[in-house]
Design a protein. Structure first.
Length: 285
């Protein structure tokens, strides 16, 4: 029995000024995966390829064990929430249901109405008058109303206030609580990952740098810092992921490479640290 909600094998897509090259990762059923990387790293391209919104050059994409090539029925089991709401601005909530529900075989009107009540959305407001957080909740109300087993979100917390972000994360945790539902969560806001993600997949410049448990990655690195006079040529050569300031420096260093760095300040690396340092160079994790 296949226990993966999503499998990506050697995915490739080339554009004029960008390429997604040999991306591979798996999302087990019942888990939340954070898809991370700076803007332009390839996160949205990866999601569009999964959804067949772009045509891949090579590679394999499986959803619940099935190759999705030239198929669209798999989307019945997937719900998608993008950063931008794709509904007509003049619509009200009832208009949204009338337009969307025919596309899903398992659409549940009672569930949709319950979600609208739960998220405290005003049925009489036009979408143009919704706040960013309200638009996200409307997208979620749709996404959670047709028995989707895989929820894919592309930068959903961008521009949200802290309260709305926290509400979203609680919804995702509840969604996967039964271990039958899965989430792929693209974001550059790493504190969100610390709360909900079981694993992360890190893409930089179209290349896969890491896919696995988030703790395993953060526990493998430290931030080393010191004054400029402590930065000898030998130390600089040993620390490729480094930022140099007028009077000081800091660097991302593997824990096993800390020997020879006595006298410098050392602290655990955060996910933000790793993304920032690695995104500036070509060093693979």
């Amino acid at each position: 029995m296949n226990n993966n909600a999503l499998e990506i094998h050697s995915l490739k897509k080339t554009f004029t000024d960008f390429g997604l090259d040999d991306i591979s990762f798996s999302l087990p059923t019942g888990f939340i995966m954070g898809l991370v990387g700076k803007n332009g790293a390839g996160k949205t391209t990866t999601i569009k390829l999964i959804l067949n919104l772009l045509q891949k050059e090579s590679g394999l994409i499986k959803v619940f064990g099935n190759d999705i090539s030239n198929r669209y029925d798999f989307k019945q089991d997937i719900a998608v929430v993008f950063d931008d709401l794709l509904f007509v601005e003049d619509w009200k909530i009832d208009d949204v249901e009338k337009a969307i529900s025919p596309f899903y075989d398992k659409w549940n009107t009672a569930k949709f109405q319950s979600n609208i009540e739960r998220f405290h959305l005003n049925r009489n407001k036009k979408i143009r008058d919704f706040s960013k957080g309200m638009k996200l909740k409307l997208s979620l109300a749709v996404a959670l109303s047709h028995q989707a087993k895989l929820l894919i979100l592309d930068e959903p917390t961008s521009g949200l206030d802290p309260v709305a972000r926290d509400e979203l994360l609680d919804i995702l945790l509840e969604y996967t609580k039964d271990k039958r539902h899965s989430v792929l969560f693209s974001t550059h806001i790493t504190p969100d990952l610390n709360k909900i993600a079981d694993s992360i997949t890190f893409i930089n410049r179209g290349k896969l740098l890491y896919s696995g448990e988030k703790e395993k990655l953060t526990e493998s690195y430290c931030i080393v810092s010191g004054s400029s006079r402590q930065l000898t040529p030998e130390r600089k050569a040993a620390m490729p992921n480094i930022k140099i300031y007028p009077d000081s420096f800091e660097a991302l260093v593997r824990r096993e490479e800390l020997s020879g760095l006595a006298g410098l300040q050392i602290r655990p690396a955060l996910m933000d640290d790793i993304i920032v340092f690695v995104s500036k160079g070509d060093v693979l994790l």
